[in-house]
Structure formats: C-alpha cells, structure tokens
Design a binder for this molecule. Structure first.
Ligand SMILES: N[C@@H](CCC(=O)N[C@@H](CS)C(=O)NCC(=O)O)C(=O)O
Length: 232
C-alpha cells in the first residue's frame, strides 16, 4: 500500500482529529485538506468530496493508476487503515482475540457511547438557548427526557469503560495503546469537557485519557492542526 497517496479531509473542531492521530501513530505520510466550520456546520465544499458532507473523509489515491477511493465513517476508516497500513501491528494486536476486541471498540465508539452523549449535548444546548420563563419549562422537559434514557445510558457506558480500563491495565485492550484507545478518546473527551461525567466518578477513565494524550503521536498531530489555527 506504499503505492498510495493518503489525503484526509479534516474539519476543524471535529472527530477527524483522531484519524490524523491514527495516521501519525502509524508514521504514515499523508496530506491534510482543511475545512472550516460555517455557523457550526461543515461547509458545502465538503459535499463535493462526498455527498454526506461529513468529516473525516479519507481519500486513497493509487499512484500508478490515479484511481481514487473515498472512505467515510471513522470506525470503517480505522478498520481500513489497520488492515491495509498497519503491517507491524503497531495499533492492532497479533493475538486474534485482542484484535477482535479492538474491532469491537471501532463499532462501540460511534454505535454505543456516542448516541446518548449526543442526546445529552442537544438537551444542554436547548437549556442554554432559552431564557426565563421559557427556560423553566425547557429544563423540566429536558430533565425528564434525559432521565428516561440518555443520562442512565451515559452512566452505563462509562461504568463499562471504567471497569474495562482497570481490567486491562490502564488501556482498553491488552494493557497497551491500540486503535481502540484513539477512536474512543473523542466521545470520552467530549463527555468530560461538557460535564456529563467527572474525574471523581471515573478516575481511571480520566487517567487513561490523560495518559494516551502524552504519546509523541498525539503531540505531533496537535502541532499539525495548530498550523491550521486549531485551538486545543
Ligand atoms: N459517524 C460519522 C460522523 C461524522 C460526523 O458527524 N462528523 C462531524 C464532525 S465531528 C461533521 O462532519 N459535522 C459537520 C456537520 O454536521 O455539518 C463518523 O464517525 O465519521
């Protein structure tokens, strides 16, 4: 696959950061094509790359034929990169059971932990965007909705992560950094930042997040996005 050019269509303030981090951790050469949010959303130009207009999008160009492939969905992008570019198992695992566990987390990130966190975020926005006396009603509706599903589900997901991190010696899989940690870091980081979970209740999850962010690859990626004006 060294016959490929890799381009990442990266949107500022987005989960695309973790794809850059994955590629830096694999020490791959790649180009970043930056996009800036407009009123919080992706610009229309991203729709020209893929009709869904979401980031990340990874473009793989075959140097000899010029044929291009567009990869979307973070979990799928990670799976593709592990299969095609991680020949030394830097972020994968040689033990098939451990490799399966990594695959599980590639689905877990967007399929399980992200949905209740997104619901909580929408409720938070609704609360913040209304003023008294409407805010009083909004708060009580939002509280009921959150109580009925997402608040408990966030707790369920984070209780699971906390116990897995303890069981797996400070990481998600096999006591060392893998693609699973990089992918799951995004929803977890957002949850801490937005106050949906705290380090008092999830000390091992917070420690895990802080630890994986001390890697050289994280620092390299952070410098790259800084050059595009990203504040982190
Ligand atoms: N499930 C997709 C979600 C992609 C996604 O929603 N990306 C956000 C950035 S965090 C986006 O492009 N948002 C722009 C918009 O909604 O207009 C993935 O994991 O890649």
């Amino acid at each position: 696959m060294s016959n490929s050019i890799i381009r990442v269509h990266w949107l500022n303030q987005s989960r695309a950061f973790r794809v850059l981090w994955l590629l830096d951790a694999l020490k791959l050469d790649f180009e970043i094509i930056p996009y800036k949010r407009v009123d919080g959303r992706a610009p229309d130009s991203l729709k020209k790359i893929h009709p869904l207009g979401r980031s990340p999008i990874v473009e793989i160009e075959d140097k000899s034929t010029g044929k291009k492939k567009m990869l979307i969905e973070s979990g799928y992008i990670f799976q593709y990169m592990l299969q095609n570019f991680d020949h030394d198992n830097v972020l994968n695992n040689t033990d098939p059971d451990m490799a399966e566990k990594i695959q599980f987390y590639l689905h877990f990130a967007e399929g399980s932990i992200q949905p209740p966190l997104l619901m909580e975020y929408i409720y938070q926005l609704a609360e913040k965007s209304s003023s008294f006396p409407i805010s009083y009603f909004v708060q009580s509706v939002v509280n009921k909705l959150s109580e009925a599903y997402s608040r408990g589900e966030v707790k369920n997901q984070f209780d699971f992560l906390e116990s897995e991190i303890v069981k797996n010696k400070g990481y998600l899989v096999d006591g060392k950094l893998s693609a699973a940690d990089i992918l799951v870091s995004f929803p977890v980081e957002m949850a801490f930042l937005r106050g949906f979970v705290t380090s008092e209740i999830y000390p091992n999850t917070k420690k895990w997040l802080d630890t994986i962010k001390t890697t050289d690859s994280y620092a390299i990626t952070k410098e790259k996005v800084k050059a595009f004006g990203e504040e982190m």
